[in-house]
Design a protein around this ligand. Structure first.
Ligand code: XMP
Length: 481
């Protein structure tokens, strides 16, 4: 919830505790999120993370020093008090820091829990008032024991019960969809990914025959993908699916478009228009179900998220046009990918489908740097099929979150046979990640990279050079656009 959510909305949830998140502001910025008045003397515990900790320190009487220099990236903290958040954890932890300002003096009642070379206050607490703060980010995978720290706060300090299970979430989601939809009819957007397959299966459980699925082949899919997806939907999941071949429409609208956010907006909007056309043909449908995940919501900084920095408009959120004829049904909107996979398994989706690598809604359009043309799509599709085939033949995919090719407009000189070539550069990207929010570039074996490169240059016309992307997220993102 945003920091200025109405108090009544928060009370309706009867929270057992509060976590104040990090954010891009400094407590000294005009208009920076402030501590809601009801959190000055709350009846439940509060944990501030990064900006959240600085805000607690600043507003409860401590001193926050404006940024001298930014501390960004890995840091090692030493635990100096292991009586609460850090109980039973190693005395030295590698954590992920990302902040400008830092705390110079703790408010009265607080003591330091950990220090780093850059700050004596890497974590703090006032156990009597049940205030806690960590300067680092426990929620990212680069932080050792980050989940243990969060678990300790949520389960022990706030005394919440760990009752998340796929079965509970399925029951809740089915009930929510039923309540939302009533006796209306639902159109579901199927992309071929695990998110929309899980969304459709949940919707089918909720409304049965009143669900019609539409699979839009926007021409931006990978090699073989459309046929494989249709086979899964109809043979295995027994969904009622209409396939729409809309490649011409999408390519026409993308003609000459280079700017990534415009590509996303156009594709998101065209999706909706295709659905509206199908709805008009087969409807009426009052509802549109789609597989939006929580990271899409966070990173798109959509309505209700105005203070999070906008990174990308993921097409099924930020890309939605202003005018829409559907009400949205998004049963996965509060879930992360690993949770959706657990639900997919519980719903009986085949393992190979549950474990599929994520594929962005705007498809290959955001992996072609520059204008999207038929020729560029053919080139990228061929290169991408080689990346996938070789990674899978080596059994390397199990450890990876995503592995794919990117077509760049960079042209370089090469020599093939006895001829000079002047052709495009393909980048290969492979990353490991827990949830897509952060990612590490994957150290693929050199012989595997060598095979991928040799095959792409030999088999894909118009490509004479292959490079491997060795940046993590942050500071890069996973997709190139
Ligand atoms: P980035 O590039 O933001 O990607 O680090 C994080 C994860 O999200 C996927 N992604 C998208 N998914 N629509 C989607 O449905 C989009 O516009 C989009 N952009 C990125 C990306 O593949 C990665 O898994």
């Amino acid at each position: 919830l945003p920091h200025d959510a109405p108090r009544a909305e928060i009370e309706r949830l009867s929270p057992r505790g509060f976590i104040l998140s990090g954010g891009p502001s400094s407590v000294y910025d005009a208009g920076a999120p402030s501590l809601p008045p009801y959190l000055r003397a709350p009846s439940v515990p509060v944990l501030g993370v990064c900006y959240g900790m600085q805000l607690l320190a600043h507003e409860l009487g401590g001193v926050v020093r404006p940024a001298g220099r930014r501390e960004y990236g890995p840091a090692t903290i030493s635990v100096c008090d292991d009586s609460n958040l850090f109980r039973a954890l190693p005395s030295s932890l590698n954590v992920w820091m990302s902040h400008g300002d830092s705390i110079e003096q703790l408010p009265a009642g607080f003591t330091a829990l950990a220090q780093s070379p850059n700050t004596p206050f890497a974590a703090m607490s006032d156990p009597a008032r049940r205030f806690y703060g960590v300067q680092f980010h426990p929620e990212v995978t680069h932080t050792e024991h980050g989940l243990d720290i969060l678990r300790r706060f949520v389960l022990e300090v706030c005394q919440c019960a760990p009752d998340w299970s796929p079965e509970n979430i399925i029951q809740e989601s089915v009930a929510l969809v039923r309540a939302l939809v009533g006796d209306g009819r639902v159109l579901c957007a199927l992309s071929g990914g695990v998110d929309s397959a899980v969304t459709a299966t949940l919707a089918a459980h909720a409304v049965g025959e009143r669900l019609t699925c539409v699979f839009v082949d926007h021409g931006l899919l990978r090699a073989g993908e459309a046929d494989e997806a249709m086979a899964l939907f109809t043979n295995h999941l027994d969904l009622n699916v209409v396939r729409v071949n809309a490649a011409e429409r999408f390519l026409a609208r993308l003609d000459g478009v280079v700017e990534p956010e415009r590509k996303r907006k156009i594709i998101g909007e065209e999706f909706i228009r295709v659905f509206e056309d199908e709805a008009a043909r087969r409807g009426p449908f009052a509802f549109l179900a789609q597989g939006t995940l929580y990271p899409d919501v966070i990173e798109s900084a959509g309505p209700g998220k105005k203070d999070a920095a906008r990174i990308k408009s993921h097409h099924n959120v930020g890309g939605l046009p202003e005018r829409m004829d559907f009400k949205l049904v998004e049963p996965l909107k509060r879930l992360f990918k690993d949770e959706v996979r657990a639900i997919g398994r519980a719903l009986g989706l085949p393992e190979r489908w549950v474990n599929r690598q994520p594929f962005p809604g705007p498809g290959l359009a955001v992996r072609i740097i520059g204008p999207v043309t038929r020729a560029a799509l053919d080139t990228l599709r061929a290169a991408d099929a080689i990346v996938r085939a070789e990674v899978e033949a080596a059994g390397a995919e199990r450890a990876l979150w995503q592995y794919f090719a990117v077509l760049t407009p960079v042209q370089t000189v090469g020599v093939m046979g006895d001829h000079r070539t002047y052709a495009n550069l393909i980048a290969v990207r492979a990353v490991t990640s827990e949830d897509g929010m952060t990612a590490q570039w994957a150290a693929l074996p050199h012989d595997l990279l060598g095979r991928i490169s040799a095959r792409i240059v030999n088999e894909v016309p118009g490509v004479n050079r292959v490079v491997y992307d060795i940046t993590s997220k942050p500071p890069s993102t996973i997709e190139w656009e």
